[in-house]
Design a protein around this ligand. Structure first.
Ligand code: GLA
Length: 384
């Protein structure tokens, strides 16, 4: 696991300097998929996989980035930072620097060591964790403390404008604003949120299909474009509909015929997913786990069939979980097309559930999955 003492000693021996150390978590989304960029609702929680950053100032005007995960160091002049991404891990920290510079900050020289255990390309927001931890570390050198929502926006811009992934706000927001033992029902329109306590007897079991997922280019971008084209078709009749958040199932009945068939299906997912997400938060608040599980099953069906954001492996992982003892609800989490499923499971059955699900998946799909019993962790912060 990510041990700050280990990162400290890596940083010290590479740079002969004592680092300030920060941590930012990955996340799992309980429900509310591809709704964030439609200004809708999501319900993520931070998890105990995280990325650490150690930072110390340099007097030679250089920015030295080291990734322990990649065993690789890159060096830049602070005065002439790259303007373009290069499809390299350093794009994420460089993106954050480019947005901080665009905000009017002069970026000083520093050494930054990064090390994390958020599984990459698994839909658990390793990118957001990397951006948020970099932003916190660099802001500490700048002497700036942004509120969590603003920090999340800056990191989202780093990903949109520099890395070139058209993601919404969910991942960066939860990494920067999470609360231990809670999910957040986040309204992506105004970034207000309600805390959704996760009962102590419910475990978050994350099952990695081992099928890689990416937000850069490809299917994620296509889906987002389809969602936006469906919105435009409705808006041509109802101009007050600026995002699918403002649209209803009745709008689809009236004007769905004017959309390409795929856009109609994507829109049906997003519109109904917003309703399910709010209902799921209410079910969780009143302890109605049966209803929560039903909503998660419905959400997965919609994500898989209407949004076509799943894959055969994730559908299998969800199906194979259904009748296991302790199972409350299961669905594919994150950007889609691979990655992980989230399973809410009775705490006292979690270990046995994880083992049985792993064995079933390996037998049926022929891939040995990684299954993690996680806890809802707190927000990104400095480690003293
Ligand atoms: C990725 C993006 C998020 C969100 C999800 C889908 O994780 O980074 O902004 O759109 O996919 O819900």
């Amino acid at each position: 696991m990510h041990d700050p003492a280990v990162l400290r000693s890596i940083h010290r021996s590479r740079y002969q300097a004592e680092p300030a150390v920060f941590v930012a978590p990955g996340r799992v989304n309980l429900i509310g998929e591809h709704t964030d960029y439609a200004e809708g609702f999501v319900m993520p929680a931070a998890i105990d996989f995280a990325t650490l950053a150690g930072i110390s100032p340099r007097s030679d005007g250089k920015i030295v980035l080291y990734s322990e995960n990649n065993g690789e160091q890159r060096c830049f002049a602070a005065a002439v930072l790259p303007a373009l991404a290069s499809r390299h891990w350093s794009d994420y920290p460089l993106g954050v620097l480019s947005i901080l510079a665009a905000e009017g900050h002069t970026i000083p020289g520093f050494s930054l060591s990064l090390w994390g255990d958020v599984p990459l390309g698994s839909g658990l927001s390793s990118s957001a964790a990397l951006e948020v931890v970099t932003a916190l570390a660099v802001c500490s050198l700048l002497g700036v403390a942004y509120p969590g929502a603003k920090l999340a926006r800056l990191c989202q811009r780093a990903e949109n404008e520099f890395v070139g992934a058209s993601c919404g706000i969910m991942d960066q927001f939860i990494s920067a604003n999470a609360k231990q033992n809670h999910a957040l029902l986040l309204d992506c329109r105004d970034l207000s949120f309600k805390l959704a306590p996760i009962p102590a007897d419910v475990a978050l079991v994350i099952a990695n299909t081992m099928v890689k997922h990416s937000n850069v280019g490809g299917d994620y971008t296509t889906r987002r474009a389809e969602v936006e084209s469906a919105c435009a078709a409705i808006a041509s009749h109802r101009p007050e509909v600026r995002f699918l958040r403002d649209a209803t199932v009745a709008d689809l009945e009236l004007w769905g015929g004017e959309m390409p068939p795929n856009a109609l299906k994507r829109a049906r997912h997003v519109i109904t997913e917003n309703l399910r997400t709010v209902a799921a938060a209410e079910a969780l608040a009143r302890g109605d786990l049966a209803e929560l599980g039903r909503l998660m099953a419905e959400a997965h069906r919609s994500y898989s069939q209407d949004f076509e954001g799943s894959c055969v492996e994730a559908d299998a992982m969800v199906a194979l979980a259904q009748d296991l003892p302790g199972m409350i609800g299961a669905r594919l989490t994150g950007g889609g097309f691979g990655g992980c499923t989230i399973n809410l499971v009775a705490q006292n059955r979690a270990a046995e559930f994880a083992q049985a699900l792993g064995a079933r998946y390996a037998a049926e799909v022929g891939i040995v999955p990684q299954i993690h019993i996680c806890h809802a962790s707190g927000a990104a912060h400095r480690i003293s």
